[in-house]
Design a protein around this ligand. Sequence first.
Ligand SMILES: N[C@@H](CC(=O)c1ccccc1NC=O)C(=O)O
Length: 369
Amino acid sequence: MNSLKSVPSEVVLCNTSVVFMCAFIKHALNKTTRWAVHVFLTFVSVCKSHLLADLCLLTLVLSWFKGLVQVSEQQKIIMSEWKNMSRDVLERQYSPSRWSHRMSADDVIKAHVAALKSGTEKARAVTQTLLDVPYGDGEEEKLDVYVPRISSPDVPMLIYFHGGYWQFLSKDESGFLVVPLVQKGVVVVAVGYSIAPKGNMDLMVSQVRRSIVSVLQQYSHISGLYLCGHSAGAHLAAMVLSTDWSQYDISPQLKGVFLVSGIYDLQPILSTYVNEPLKMTEEVALRNSPSQLVSRLSVSLCDVVIAVAQNDSPEFRKQSEEYFKLLVSAGFKVSFEDVPNTDHFSIIEQLVDENYHLTQLLLKMMGKC
Ligand SMILES: N[C@@H](CC(=O)c1ccccc1NC=O)C(=O)O
């Protein structure tokens, strides 16, 4: 065996600098592998064989290269799976009704609209209401307020943004979730906004933000402000969470945001039928994607719940998982609820029931359980 002395000094120097270079790059990629590199380096420095030292170096370089390829491949798969989908596949992924296990796509939508309408009629029959309160000058810039009968010093307010892919539904069938909340002393507000094709994404986002400001100006005595949204409404609620309030008269202190089966990255729907009435450009989709705005969020004490249906499509489920991870890494207090035996529609319809898991969670968030 050769002693270390017999290895030419320039070889040792060159090998060592390559090892350090690898270690540096590897450190930039993955902090945990730094320790593996340290072990290699120690091994190289103590071994007495020129051949062994070169073998170590070769192994290290090869493992780094393999790791580099694997990491970038994984990142590519995670970041852009939807980019590899054909239009047909993408449209299926973004057709929530086609993933229900309960009924056909058409029937599940009909049943959804019927459930929301009858739930809202019942809520209006048993609750004190203030309907069509304007929050702006636009025809759709109105909201419905559902008020508890018993007055209490602790009155939280829940503002609800309806779903419907920014092109269906309205506030008029968005009172279905009111009864179990109002019974516990929560004021519920259902917000109307200008759906497409009349409205566009920038307008809808501006409307929901302005609705909050207006409500807070009229109800300054509430004990806490909470938001809930379903599907497109969860997207709008998440955009409220991402608001730079410096341009507004007040800066609302949100205590909790309850997001149900939402979309947080609008890019995948750009090339689908969903975008036909919306007519979003890539720029519009990016500036209205909550997932793009997380880094700008200042972490607040606000609680966030991200709920997704067991039978939401894989793309919808992934949207929720990825937004959840982004909020966690931004430091938010956020929890993820994968709701069993639900689809995109039943996950929200069941809020009519006070014993439903999400109703209980929502009440718990508002300190009313
Ligand atoms: N094309 C969509 C339609 C849809 O999302 C929808 C239609 C009516 C009412 C609500 C809907 N989405 C719910 O949030 C689907 O396949 O479900």
